[in-house]
Design a protein around this ligand. Structure first.
Ligand SMILES: *Cc1c(COP(=O)(O)O)cnc(C)c1O
Length: 396
């Protein structure tokens, strides 16, 4: 019999959709994939070269569990330059992707009965990682009319004696929206009053638009820095999802606990990827701007076109590479015998009848929306939009 722990969680809810889309594709159906959660850009050449050099130089053995000093120093430099945050090596850990970093945090921080506040819509792994570590995820709904940003008074209402931590993800996956300084400061006030830990997932920090400034909540106040674990990685900023490098910066005792846990589970992240990560952080950064500019173009085109479709409305996101349109006005409508009454119905309809793969909002804790990734070519976006328009027109 499998453990109760394993029974507590569900498989990644995006998986069923994804395997269905893949199955259709294998049968020769021309599917446009709006579901992907990774940049469609290739890892820059100078990063690949650093990895090839690492292999040729024989840098292919165990490294220190929490990452090489060389990489930690590159991360420290990055946090100072980009985020005005000062850390020492003992306050940094490198892991096998930011998802692994987040898992280590959950292992190091949570006890049975601890409540973890997770604003919805949320990234799919936060609640299940809490559950796997005996904590209780407490979902805090945000409103579309507030740009899906958590309001301080809503946060305050959910805090109990058992609240241990708040998860913040700005810019957000799935909404694509980010906090500005004023809104972040208002949240920080409540957090300080209640002495909560903050798990700040900043993986999309480099992908911001319309002059948005990425802000790490740890940089607002030294007391906040003591309670914040900053999570970041190279998957999204440097198109390195397959390399599996993520990292955390935070209080020494937590980083030490995470390192102990990592020493008993995965040991160090891949030595070769660590060399590549050093090249990514210390080398030329112009690639990021090229990618960001292209995402920006797609973002405006996609969202403007979505808003022209009757029954669909979409906020203009200012970060990441996702749009999160509201499709709930179309609920209750039918295509032939097929009734659309949920985000999953809509996602299935668009997949089967329009051959567009995307993710139902329910997977992120919001059944009125669907998530569209624009990490795909302009041509594909255009084609998918035409198909969605047609499919929505057939609903009555
Ligand atoms: C992609 C993603 C991650 C994890 O990225 P890794 O590839 O594990 O580094 C973490 N948080 C969010 C919100 C993401 O979208």
């Amino acid at each position: 019999m499998i453990s109760q722990r394993a029974q507590r969680i569900k498989p990644s809810p995006t998986l069923a959709m994804d395997s269905k889309a893949k199955g259709m594709k294998a049968q020769g159906v021309d599917i446009v994939n709006f579901g992907v959660g990774e940049p469609d850009f290739d890892t820059p050449d100078h990063i690949k070269e650093a990895a090839i050099k690492a292999i040729k130089d024989g840098f292919t053995k165990y490294t220190p569990v929490g990452g090489t000093d060389e990489l930690k120093d590159a991360i420290i430099e990055k946090l100072k330059t980009d985020n005005s945050l000062e850390y020492s090596r003992e306050e940094i850990i490198v892991s096998c992707g930011a998802k692994h970093t987040l898992y280590n945090i959950a292992q190091a921080l949570f006890n049975q009965g601890d409540e973890v506040l997770i604003p919805a819509p949320y990234w799919v792994s936060y609640p299940d990682q809490a559950l796997l570590n005996d904590a209780s995820p407490v979902i805090v709904k945000t409103l579309e009319s507030d740009n899906f940003l958590l309001k301080p008074e809503e946060l305050a209402k959910k805090i109990t004696k058992s609240t241990k931590a708040l998860v913040l993800n700005s810019p957000s996956n799935p909404t694509g929206l980010a906090y500005d300084r004023k809104k972040m400061e208002a949240l920080a006030e409540v957090i300080l009053k209640h002495d909560l830990y903050i798990i700040s997932d900043e993986i999309y920090e480099k992908l911001v638009y319309d002059g948005t400034e990425h802000l790490s909540i740890a940089s607002l106040d030294s007391r906040l820095k003591e309670k914040t674990i900053v999570v970041n990685g190279l998957s999204k900023s440097h198109a390195m999802t397959g390399w599996r490098i993520g990292y955390a910066a935070g209080p020494k005792d937590i980083i030490k606990a995470m390192t102990n846990i990592q020493s008993q589970s995965t040991s160090n992240p891949t030595s070769i990827s660590q060399k590549a990560a050093v090249a990514a952080l210390k080398g030329p950064q112009d690639f990021i701007e090229t990618m960001r500019t292209e995402f920006d173009k797609r973002r405006k085109f996609l969202v403007n076109e979505l808003n022209l479709i009757d029954g669909i409305s979409c906020l203009m996101p200012n970060g990441a590479f996702y749009a999160f349109p509201n499709v709930s006005k179309l609920y209750g409508k039918k295509a032939g015998e097929r009734l659309i009454n949920s985000s999953l119905d809509m996602a299935m309809y668009l997949l089967e009848e329009a051959n567009v793969a995307l993710v139902h909002g329910e997977a992120f804790g919001d059944d009125n929306h669907i998530r569209i990734s624009y990490a795909t070519s302009m041509e594909s976006i255009s084609k998918a939009l035409d198909r969605i328009k047609e499919a929505v027109k057939r609903l009555s």
